[in-house]
Design a protein around this ligand. Sequence first.
Ligand code: FAD
Length: 392
Amino acid sequence: MLAVTTVPDIESVGIVGGSLGGLFQAVALAELGLDVTVWERSAGRPDDRGAGIVLQPSVAWFLRMFCGVDPDRISVPVTHRQFFSLDGKSHHTLMRQRMISWGAIYTSLRDRLDPARYHEGAQVTALVPRPEGVDVQVGGAVRSVDLAIIADGSASRHRRLVAPEGAPRYAGYVAYRGVIDEADLSQELSEVFRDRFSFYDGDRTQFLSYFIPGDLGTTAPGRRRMNWVWYVRADAAGLERITTDRNGTVHGLSLPPGLIAPQVHAELLDRARALLPGPMRELVEHTREPFAQAILDGHVSRMRAGRMLLTGDAAFVVRPHTAASVEKAAADAIALFTALLQVPSLDGALRAWEKNRLAEGTALHRHGIGLGDRLGLSSSEATQAAAAGPAA
Ligand SMILES: Cc1cc2nc3c(=O)[nH]c(=O)nc-3n(C[C@H](O)[C@H](O)[C@H](O)COP(=O)(O)OP(=O)(O)OC[C@H]3O[C@@H](n4cnc5c(N)ncnc54)[C@H](O)[C@@H]3O)c2cc1C
């Protein structure tokens, strides 16, 4: 692990949001010897929805160097990409990757961070910039910090202080998702997906699946989970229908597990029977609690205003085809750590950081839209809006 102790001009850092984006920053900056405080509005452990993540290099490096965790111990290897046709036949190509779960990354970061630095059930209601810092309002209290990092996600309330133009837009399709305990799959079905990152590209739709670690990061065959994602086009009315739960509550941009409306679930199953190759249809049928997320495009032209920085999904929301959202959040933190360490002045370090992160975020954002367009998934409005740049 790294051991470093000096940074010019700042001692305290306040982080708004304690999900992966905020935690990457907190762990890295605490490693620099800074007095780090994280405020997370949710109480208790966030719901990870068992989501699977492709393990990319910055995340693996971060886990190894900052958390002292061997990423190979908490991830599942795949050796091949496997491509299905509708009749269930498949071919494959060699492509080694590792798959991890959101929860395994979150746990590694929380275990590394001093619990006294992480405040749950603490909503930041205002950030007030000062010449040499920021006043952070949490409930009735105000805490002054030298640097504030805004990591409050794609629906960021505080983004407007840095990049008022950056609110994300709906891209015209949703990701239905499902997670199944491997023990609940037949051996035959499990065998079809073993060591494979599996894809089916249909008419303006894509389905993909892979194994991820089970509870507590277990990676032993038989105790893993199968993770699937199915991209389906939906106009605004369709999105509202999908994200309206069984009790009539409209969630808007996502539908949590366990709440899918019976009619929407029935339609999902019908669609799977009509449109998916046999093994993938079976995965949908085996899933007790499918959930859904709207796909968004979010793009900013600034990531810094004085002593306030944007990170993670509060800055760029990139399409999931890039498999880079978590990777980007880790890279934001590694880049800030490196800039503070290497650039002698604080202003110079923050400028260098912003330049680097804007360039990468912009490139990823465009790449993701290109991938979505190639799959025929984006609405024409989303493609035009993306070409026009950030929202006004
Ligand atoms: C269900 C789900 C599945 C995903 N699957 C994948 C995937 O497969 N692959 C991938 O690469 N990425 C995936 N992502 C995206 C990925 O998790 C994020 O891109 C990445 O973790 C960075 O997120 P973030 O921390 O910036 O934002 P978020 O994860 O949205 O976290 C923002 C946090 O800020 C907190 N917050 C908001 N407002 C305030 C406030 N005022 N005060 C205090 N706290 C506040 C929120 O409670 C939340 O915990 C998924 C995200 C979700 C939600």
